[in-house]
Design a protein around this ligand. Sequence first.
Ligand code: DOR
Ligand code: ZN
Ligand code: ZN
Length: 420
Amino acid sequence: MKRLLTNCTTASGQCNILIDNNIISYVGSEKPEHDELLDCTDLVVLPGMIDPHVHVRDLEAAYKETWKTASYAALAGGITTIMDMPNTIPATTSASGLDAKRKAAEDAYVRHYLHLGATTDNLDELRAILADNPADVVGIKVFLAGSSSNEVVTNPALLESVFQLAKEFNKVVLVHSEYQPVLDKWAAMAPEMEIEFHGMIRHREAAIEGTKLVLDLAQKVGNKLYLCHVSTQEELSLIEAAKAQCDHIYCEVTPHHLLLDDTMLKLVGNFGKVNPPLRAKADRLALIDALKRGVIDCLGSDHAPHSLDEKLQEYATAPSGIPGMETAIPMTYQLVADGEISLDAYYKLIAGNAAEIFGISNVGKIEPGYLADLAILDVHNFPPVISGFFQSKAKYSPFDGMSIAASLAYTIIDGEVYEK
Ligand code: DOR
Ligand code: ZN
Ligand code: ZN
C-alpha cells in the first residue's frame, strides 16, 4: 500500500512524502502514484519521537502503567520509539529480570528498546547478558542515589568497572546523577518536609557532585556517557567543558525541567514532585540557552507514572515522578513556535540524536529508506493540557490547564496511521 502525504511542512520546506508500506520511499515536490492520500496542509511533520527515558512499569507495578497503556500514551504524544528504564519490579538487573521485561514488552505497540540496570553485585551477570549481543538492549542505567525503587551504585571503582563494561560492548551508560552521600548530608538539614522544600531536601549539590564524578570517569574510560535529566546551570557548565574535550558525552533535558520551575510547587503539590527536583527559574533559562547553543542532545520525557492515590499522599511518602509522554512534544514545540530553535534542531533533539547515540539506524529521520514513523502536528487548533484525557493510567500533570503550542493530528508508526 502506498500512502502519499501532501503539502507537509518539514524542516526542509514544503513537500510530499510517499510511504510504501512501512518505509518512506520518496520526499519531494512530485506527486508519485499512490493508493491513499493524507492531506497535511497546514500541518507540521516531525520524525516520530525517540524517547530514551521511559519508566513503563508493568509487571508487579502494572497498576501504575502497562506496556499497552504506555504504548497508547506514547502514540498520543507522537512518540514511536521508547527506551525502558530498569527500575521495575522485578528489576532489569539480571537475566531473569530481562526475560520478564521482554515478556511484558510483547504487549507493546511502539518500537522499544531496553536499558539494563547496574547494581553493586551484578557486573558478571551484565557481562553474560551483553556477551549474547542482545539487539534490544541499548544501555546500562546507573542511579547514584535512591529515587522511587532502584538500586544505588556510588563506589567510584565499581562505577569505573561498569563504564569499562559498557565500552567493551559499545553500550551507553545512562546516569541519574544525584549522588546519595550528598543527598544524605542535605536531607539532615532540611527545613520542613513539604513539597516547597523538595529542592532543598534533594539539594542541587547532589546532582552537581554526581555529574562531576561520572564526567571524570567517562573521560578516563572513554565510554559513551548519557547524563539523564540535567537540571542545574552548574551541571551544564561541567558538561559543556567535558564535551569540548571528548565526543562521547551526551546529555538530556526533560520537558519539566525546561519549562517549569520550583515557584509552581505550591500550586501543583506532589504532581510536581520529581527527582531531580524542579529548580529555579535561572536554571530553566540556562537549560533553554544550552539547548539553543547545541549543548543538549536529547529530549527525554522521563515518563514516570504513579497512581493518583500514591501522588495524593502527604509529601514525605508520595512517590516522585511525572507522566510525561503525552505532553513532551505539545509543550516543547513552543520553542520552535517562538523561534528559539529551528525545526531542524528540534528534529535532532527529539529523534535524530537519540538514534545516533543509541545506535538505531532505521528511524529518526524523514528520508527515503527510513521506517515511516512520523508525528504530524496541528499548530493552529488545540485545547490546553487536560490530564483527565491522558491515555496513560497516570491522569494528572503539573502541566494541567497550561496552553500548548501544538497537538498531535496523527502519529504514523510503521506506516500505519494512529488517530487519537
Ligand atoms: O522522579 C523520578 N521518578 N525520578 C527517578 O529517578 C525515578 C522515577 C520513577 O521511576 O518513578
Ligand atoms: Zn532519574
Ligand atoms: Zn527516570
